[in-house]
Design a protein around this ligand. Structure first.
Ligand code: SF4
Length: 250
């Protein structure tokens, strides 16, 4: 009895999340063959593909992200602006079903203006590939958009200044599922002090969107034994994508 009640609740939750996502997007009925569009890390200067989209697709997400990047501007809302080379806004499909959220840009990301491009980023790209996806099919960003000096953790006041932009990114993209990469992203999105070892492997929620926390790829470079649990977490994400009928084949 309890099991069927749980299944029903699960079904309703999934339906509700999907319906809200579709309503927020208003896009799924427009172009089933839509090519993924890429909004590069520093936004406007690299947004060339979006021009095509704006003409062909009335969905406002791509334009909304571009407008959000314009609003962020040459941001100096917190002290992380002082040593950054580039604002690392986010990259990928502006209507992605799956979103990866990490902690903060590192050195390579700061230099290139794109999230997850260093060694950890290359590992993330392989992980996404192993899921039957591409970087262009998902959306990747971080909690804060500028590199903290010496890769320290972002401070609470820095997160407070930057997080509204992440919140709006998530609202605009309206992903069906989120993967939080590392303890810092997981704790910030879930709003808990519980460590990643206890958070990972279980579904949580961010604003009604199912969220799976897992280890950060940078952690895996230092601790290869973490790869198996991460793969288990990603398999749970793949199973959920399949259950929701979300496309996963490249
Ligand atoms: S981290 Fe965010 S709030 Fe701080 S300067 Fe960079 S973009 Fe602005």
């Amino acid at each position: 009895m309890n099991e069927s009640r749980d299944q029903l609740a699960d079904l309703v939750r999934g339906f509700r999340a999907g319906l809200f996502a579709e309503l927020r997007r208003g896009r799924r009925f427009v172009r089933a063959d839509a090519t993924p569009r890429v909004l590069r890390g520093d936004g406007v200067a690299h947004a060339e593909p979006l021009g095509i989209v704006a003409a062909a697709d009335p969905h406002p997400t791509a334009g909304g992200l571009e407008a959000l990047r314009v609003e962020l501007g040459d941001c100096q809302r917190c002290r992380l602006c002082e040593q950054r080379q580039h604002i690392v806004f986010g990259i990928g499909n502006p209507v992605a079903e799956l979103m990866f959220v990490g902690e903060a840009p590192g050195r390579d990301e700061d230099l290139q203006g794109e999230p997850f491009v260093g060694k950890a980023g290359q590992l993330l790209t392989r992980m996404i590939g192993a899921m039957g996806l591409t970087r262009e099919a998902v959306y990747i960003c971080n909690i804060v958009k500028c590199r903290p000096p010496n890769n320290r953790d972002p401070a609470p006041d820095e997160i407070a200044q930057c997080e509204p932009f992440l919140v709006r990114q998530i609202e605009l993209i309206a992903p069906r599922l989120i993967v939080a990469l590392g303890g810092f992203a997981a704790k910030t999105l879930i709003g808990t002090e519980t460590g990643i070892t206890r958070l990972r492997g279980k579904w949580h929620e961010y604003q009604g969107v199912p969220l799976m926390p897992t280890f950060h790829p940078a952690y895996l470079l230092r601790n290869p034994e973490g790869k198996r649990p991460v793969w288990n977490d990603l398999q749970a994400v793949m199973a959920e994508m399949d259950r929701l009928g979300l496309p996963r084949t490249r």
